[in-house]
Design a binder for this molecule. Structure first.
Ligand SMILES: [Zn+2]
Length: 240
């Protein structure tokens, strides 16, 4: 995945240390929203009605706010016909089945200790000035931070997904590169590409070694068959 803008990076901590080892760490924001929008766009394309991100159906003046093909967030649950997107993403009334683990990145230029929790990417700040037209005096300074490279996003399932739900999730992920990340998409930034998707069952075990130290073990199993079945399960074929 590549691209992003300052709006998608949140500084979480600056480590102080020896020269060359200090560095800033950022959380990549907006990934859940990115998938949310991919789900909406995909469902619309397939003619399936799903929740919009908005909870309001009309403005105070009574003008409709929701585009055709969507209902207000969570409305389907109230009506007893929960849509596929709500089953996965939930709303204020119901928790999402998907838990997005934070993606923490640091600049490749910072030669800190490799840490499996922290992924290294290129981060650059471009400082620009906006000049007043007549006087050429700077009226605004703004720095934009860009990041580029590859990172891993982990999405944990809080409960088991139905084949149909898994299919909708996988197809939305495959669709997501059509939708850029963040506000700078119109300027050509925020390009995202998905390189690899894996569905894995992870079993974590903790035991003691002979010295009483806690040893953590992870057993990982790839679920390729389940992925294929999911892709076939959504969208449901409607017989004519
Ligand atoms: Zn819904």
């Amino acid at each position: 995945m590549a691209g992003g803008k300052v709006n998608n990076l949140m500084l979480i901590r600056t480590t102080k240390g020896e020269k060359g080892k200090e560095g800033k760490k950022y959380v990549v924001k907006g990934l859940r929203g990115w998938l949310n929008h991919a789900m909406m766009a995909l469902a619309k394309e397939m003619g399936v009605e799903v929740c919009h991100t908005s909870e309001k159906t009309e403005s105070q003046k009574g003008e409709p706010l929701l585009p055709e093909g969507f209902h207000a967030a969570g409305k389907c649950l109230e009506n007893g016909e929960e849509c596929i997107k709500h089953r996965l993403m939930g709303s204020f009334g119901k928790q999402s089945k998907l838990k997005f683990e934070p993606v923490v990145i640091t600049s490749k230029a910072c030669k800190g200790k490799e840490d499996e929790e922290i992924q290294q990417m290129h981060i650059a700040t471009e400082v620009r000035n906006a000049l007043a037209f007549h006087t050429k005096k700077a009226i605004q300074d703004f720095g934009e931070r860009y990041f580029a490279g590859t990172f891993t996003l982990r999405i944990e399932f809080r409960t088991k997904l139905e084949a149909e739900e898994l299919g909708f999730l996988l197809k939305s992920l495959l669709y997501a590169p059509e939708i850029g990340l963040g506000a700078a998409v119109n300027n050509g930034a925020g390009k995202m590409k998905i390189l690899k998707v894996a569905l894995q069952e992870v079993v974590r075990e903790r035991t003691f070694d002979q010295k009483g130290r806690v040893v953590e073990r992870e057993r990982v199993r790839n679920l390729w068959k389940e992925m294929q079945e999911g892709l076939k399960a959504w969208p449901k074929k409607v017989s004519a």
